[in-house]
Ligand binder design. Structure first.
Ligand SMILES: Cc1cc2nc3c(=O)[nH]c(=O)nc-3n(C[C@H](O)[C@H](O)[C@H](O)COP(=O)(O)O)c2cc1C
Length: 181
């Protein structure tokens, strides 16, 4: 598919079909994430794929309770990908401190978007999830307390007819200038 067409087709999916996702497709999405660029080529990420139904249900119960329950729609997703933010290379960390820029978050963002776009191309829907109980996720999956989990990705098949056709975005003229602010 034409890239721009794919970018426009992708929308957040919050209602997934009860259909398992093939491991091969998940691996292709992970491969897309793996080749993402990152500051100083730090690759500051680890992906924990939760596709075991029982474990995923437990994960959802812990991650999306109380103030996080707005995201309990994730229960319908057959797969949850937990993205662990790993330490960047020394140079990226020092550069980031100097610049006041969290390069690792930019890196994670790119890798996750690679994942999400590859998924869309394979006919799979996704939703980025930034609002969840991080402690519950860590303890259930044995992620050390010292690590940071900034984002999860819900993944699964979806009904394309139920997805709105347009993006709600600012027009280009509101966000773009040439040659000065
Ligand atoms: C970093 C990040 C965190 C997000 N967290 C959530 C979330 O916790 N729950 C949710 O339903 N959507 C979440 N989203 C999805 C956004 O709400 C969504 O991308 C945005 O409204 C634009 O809609 P679209 O993805 O359909 O184009 C998140 C997106 C990003 C990029």
């Amino acid at each position: 598919m034409d890239l721009l067409e794919l970018l426009k087709q992708r929308k957040s999916v919050r209602d997934f079909l009860d259909r398992p996702v093939e491991r091969k497709k998940i691996m292709t999405c992970l491969e897309a994430a793996r080749v993402a660029p990152s500051a100083c080529n730090s690759q500051p990420w680890k992906f924990i794929v939760v596709d075991d139904r029982e474990l995923k249900d437990k994960l959802c119960a812990g991650a999306f309770n109380g103030i996080y329950s707005i995201n309990s729609f994730c229960k319908t997703a057959p797969v949850l990908v937990v993205v662990v933010s790993e330490k960047s290379r020394f140079l990226a960390r020092i550069g980031g401190l100097f610049r006041g820029t969290k390069y690792y978050l930019i890196d994670i963002g790119i890798a996750c978007e690679h994942f999400v776009l590859q998924a869309e191309d394979l006919g799979l829907g996704t939703c980025w999830i930034g609002w969840f109980n991080e402690g519950a996720v860590k303890s259930l999956l044995g992620v050390p307390e010292s690590k940071k989990i900034d984002i999860l990705i819900a993944l699964g098949y979806y009904d394309k007819d139920k997805i709105r056709s347009t993006h709600d975005r600012e027009p280009l003229e509101n966000i773009t200038t040439f040659n000065s602010y």
